[in-house]
Design a protein. Structure first.
Length: 401
């Protein structure tokens, strides 16, 4: 496939006098014109408050929300044993699961890893204080070995909750669950995956890898900010409790007590981000029209090209450079230059990247680095842009190192 730069209006602007080159897709993806148009159209043609009004605008908005739930399930190849809860982002999704399933007395321990984003670590530390939290370490080369997870599962007795990312937001490593999932199932474990850095880049099939929970954010898959979702097996709904209480989630209420609705609505109190859901619908449709396999192939080629260039730069270390077939993310450190100084130099020349800990402080500590500069790619990027960034890094290193 050819790059899709023309689909993204923001790339028409300049940054500090230079044409914008956007290499910060792991933080938030740019929004294609199809998504922007869908959000605008929502406010122009819908706009009713779903689940509340008794008029056509409210009915139509409710229908759009229902259609988007079904679209997410089809996109993830999930059967009717799954359902979808909308959240404002992935972080809210992790908190929702942690404060309910994480407290379940049937759960013996929570197993997670050093690879995780803070959003898939901090909620467990906050809510799950009466259970053991086991953190699987990375290896010396910066990779998470599946066999170490497998050994951890063997060592833990009883049913556990396994909370692991599908793709690292620092190294781009993707985790295979081919052996992990059957082992977890044999122990009656609950498996939650963080799909935020994988869902817009690589095919996920819940019929083939039937996770209990999958958490994602719309804004990392070409959708708008403020909308995320949890895809979960329906069998877990009875032991879940809402994170928020209020309007839209109530069956009956008095001044002294209340009774919640029985279905999904009890988890989505308050007016939903309907326009964001419309934008998410358009984002998934956009991905489907291009083809997730085509996206993966194009971005993998770009990443391989970028790593080849980065590893040739003097005093430059790519974190997890041996990651096979990972998400299109490359983070690196320089022997003497601070990541923020490198990012600022690139910013001055029109290139947007991220520098720091990337909400993955334990991983950076395990790698014995204080931070990194991250270049994250997407379908709007090109090899010519990579060449330009490499030339800037070369000049930066020569000038300041």
């Amino acid at each position: 496939m050819n790059n899709r730069r023309e689909d993204f209006p923001l790339l028409k602007r300049h940054l500090n006098g230079f044409p914008l080159i956007y290499f910060d897709n792991a933080a938030t993806s740019l929004k294609p014109k199809q998504v922007i148009s869908a959000i605008s159209s929502h406010y122009e043609t819908l706009g009713g408050n779903p689940g509340r009004g008794t008029h056509e605008l409210a009915f139509e908005t409710s229908k759009k929300i229902a259609q988007t739930r079904q679209l997410i399930l089809r996109f993830l190849n999930a059967d009717d044993s799954y359902t979808v809860l909308f959240t404002k982002n992935a972080t809210e999704g992790f908190n929702l699961v942690a404060q309910s399933i994480g407290k379940d007395p049937a759960i013996n321990a929570v197993i997670t890893t050093e690879l995780e984003h803070h959003s898939n670590l901090v909620p467990w530390l906050q809510y799950v204080k009466d259970k053991k939290i086991v953190v699987v370490p990375i290896s010396s080369d910066g990779l998470l070995k599946e066999e170490i997870i497998e050994q951890t599962l063997k060592n833990e007795k009883g049913s556990d909750l396994l909370a692991i990312t599908l793709a690292s937001n620092v190294t781009g490593q993707t985790i295979s669950f081919d052996k992990i999932l059957p082992m977890a199932r044999a122990k009656n474990d609950v498996v939650l995956v963080d799909a935020t850095q994988a869902i817009g880049h690589k095919k996920i099939s819940l019929n083939d890898t039937p996770f209990d929970f999958l958490v994602a954010s719309g804004h990392k898959m070409f959708g708008p900010e403020g909308i995320g979702f949890v895809v979960l097996k329906k069998l877990h709904l009875p032991r879940m409790i809402p994170l928020l209480y209020g309007g839209g989630a109530i069956k009956t209420v008095s001044t002294q007590s209340f009774k919640l609705l029985e279905d999904l609505e009890k988890f989505e109190a308050g007016t939903p981000h309907s326009a964001g859901i419309s934008g998410l619908h358009a984002a998934i449709t956009y991905i489907q029209e291009i083809g997730i396999d085509a996206i993966y192939a194009y971005e993998s080629e770009l990443k391989e090209y970028l790593i080849q260039k980065l590893t040739k730069l003097p005093s430059c270390r790519v974190l997890g450079e041996n990651v096979p077939h990972g998400s299109p993310i490359c983070s690196f450190v320089h022997e003497t230059l601070h990541p923020h100084d490198i990012a600022e130099y690139l910013n001055e020349h029109g290139v947007a990247v991220r520098a720091g800990l990337h909400c993955a402080e334990p991983l950076h500590k395990a790698l014995k680095v204080q931070g990194s500069t991250r270049l994250s790619l997407s379908i709007a990027n090109t090899k010519e842009e990579i060449d330009y960034v490499i030339s800037l890094l070369t000049a930066c290193f020569q000038k300041y190192a």
